[in-house]
Design a binder for this molecule. Structure first.
Ligand code: FAD
Length: 306
């Protein structure tokens, strides 16, 4: 059987062994809210393992994150995960947010240190009365209830890590504090992800390291994000989007091809779980999941009749 045929036959059964999750950000305006909900409605039938909602820098979206997560719980069968950071808040304030999630029925938190209040690139100063590092937050959440806890991981090293040892040690602390899963920063070079997973396993860390996949809706924007978070933009990626700034239709096709190539290659390397940075847009992510062999799950008759 050719490699393509083998891949196709593996993907035909893919629904049964692939797990996807989708990340959204809380909307600022009624128009953004409508777009978010259209995206959620489009993606929900793909039955993701969970959907996560980000927490704005410095806790700026505390209420909006809570409102979005609560609405997902109320109006959909999806399992939401709420992102939470240590930035600019006392321990009591963060604990109150965690308790609020527990009371609302949220069972999964993505625990993060967060970026410095003055912006990426400036020195991080923990709040004097707050959680000092992300591993303390993980331990704090664990104490407060029976939450599933995901954390962040960096296949190309976090920009603040002086070396790999420090970087992997930070992940190990988070795992020792009770993290169940790590979700990676986005990346485009699968070799780097694979090398990272090898480093992590060599350090005795055995939780899932779920690749974070960012479809390239807008090349200039992703290049800006990448510069801030230590992700590299390979030359081949820049070349593929060259000259398409004013051609959204072609850009969309190229973006779908690039993302499909990346996820199918990861499937070939044995990856079964994927976290998609949706940017609150369903189109590309839906197409990529379709290529992964995923199909909408029809609601059970009782649910459909309700
Ligand atoms: P940590 O794991 O605590 O640290 C990251 C790295 O920094 C470590 O590996 C370590 O090597 C280095 N480091 C940290 N402290 C020190 C120190 N004292 N000395 C030396 N090195 C140190 N941000 C938001 O504001 N809201 C979100 O909702 C959000 N969601 C995210 C989701 C994912 C999946 C990812 C990957 C990132 C997300 N971020 C979010 C960004 C994140 O907050 C930043 O990357 C932040 O800079 C680090 O947070 P962390 O939890 O990874 O930190």
């Amino acid at each position: 059987m050719s490699d393509d045929a083998k891949r196709a036959s593996r993907l035909l059964g893919a629904n049964s062994h692939l797990n996807v999750s989708f990340e959204f950000f809380p909307p600022k305006t009624p128009a953004m809210e409508e777009k978010l909900w259209q995206s959620i409605e489009r993606l929900a039938p793909l039955a993701p393992g969970f959907v996560s909602v980000t927490y704005g820098a410095g806790g700026s979206t505390r209420e909006r994150t809570h409102a979005t997560v609560s609405r997902i719980l109320r109006e959909t069968p999806l399992r939401p995960a709420a992102h939470l950071t240590c930035v600019a808040a006392t321990r009591d304030e963060v604990d109150a947010v965690v308790r609020g999630y527990g009371e609302a029925g949220v069972r999964h938190i993505v625990a993060l240190r967060g970026d410095p209040e003055q912006g990426v690139g400036t020195a991080y100063a923990p709040h004097p009365g707050g959680y000092q590092r992300s591993s303390d937050l993980v331990a704090g959440i664990r104490k407060l209830g029976d939450f599933e806890v995901s954390v962040a991981a960096y296949p190309e090293k976090h920009p603040e890590s002086p070396d790999w040892m420090t970087d992997i040690d930070m992940l190990k602390r988070k795992v020792d504090a009770g993290a169940d899963r790590a979700i990676t920063q986005f990346f485009f070079d699968n070799d780097r992800y694979e090398a990272y997973v090898e480093r992590v396993r060599a350090a005795g860390i055995d939780i899932p390291i779920v690749p974070g996949i960012a479809p390239v809706h807008n090349f200039a924007q992703i290049a800006r994000f990448a510069a801030g978070c230590g992700a590299s933009i390979p030359d081949w990626l820049a070349q593929r989007f060259e000259g398409l700034d004013d051609d959204p239709a072609t850009r969309q096709l190229v973006a779908a091809a690039v993302a499909a190539e990346q996820v199918l290659d990861l499937v070939d390397r044995g990856v079964t779980d994927f976290h998609f940075y949706t940017m609150n847009r369903a189109d590309l992510v839906y197409a990529i999941c379709h290529l992964l062999g995923m199909r909408p799950v029809k609601p059970a008759p009782a649910e459909a009749a309700a």
